[in-house]
Design a protein around this ligand. Sequence first.
Ligand code: CP
Length: 292
Amino acid sequence: MRSLLDIHSVTKNEVYTIFNQASEYLLNPKDDVLVGKNIVLGFFEASTRTRISFDVAIQRLGGKSIQFLAQGSSISKGESFVDTIHTLNQYRIDGWIIRHAYALSPHLVQNETNSPVINAGDGSHQHPTQALLDAYTILQHLGNLEGKKILIVGDILHSRVARSEMELLQLLGASVGICAPGTLLPKYMEIPNYFPTIQQGMQWADAIITLRLQKERMVSGIIPSESEYQQYYGMNEKLLQSFPHVLVLHPGPANYGIELSMECMNYANVLIREQVKHGLAIRMAVLKHCLT
Ligand code: CP
């Protein structure tokens, strides 16, 4: 058994093992590899896609999920994160899925419990299963990631998805490009191919991943205005019609009218719904890979 805390610790072989298993689960979404196992869904920060897909994935693999949501828990009475983990750990837990607003919280759970932990998103640090499902989705359409050009657009500074994806896409042989205002770029990050506008980026890219503006992690004054942001970095119908071969992804949840217009959802090369579907199969495959 192993943890999945970040993309850095995953090999190319493991990635393709997970992808192959996900393809099998898309065809036949049932298995019994988690029968008898209790897995905590520890969500200390909001989620729809990641939490529900992990929950369904555990059920389809025959396991039992134990839901912990910070809202409504004794955290509101002052119980600490570590005390909460030790309390839950008394119930014979076989694995943990942890989302938290603070980076490295899943690592802390692994250290405290010595059990396998899957990182479901920690602060601005990592979101490995999102990167896996996005790379898998692109791969299904392009056939191969070797030498393909993938542009990541938007709020790189606060995005755990961007950090995981840059590592994973490069591990799989893709070239990564970045398009973002300077205020939404981390100072220490090496930027491989920079594009100042989404229009310029689309001329280069085979696929683009637009990111949510993470207002909950922002200080004020970081972008001039949402409408200006939309003008330079937002996806719209005109761009989709000018570049019909470019795949468009968004990890969700989307701010329509900022990262992309609502009408974009009607285009066949916008893969947002498909990403959600693949998320379940990828998370089933990750659970099998890590917990059996
Ligand atoms: N992409 C993603 O992590 O979505 P949720 O916050 O809904 O889980």
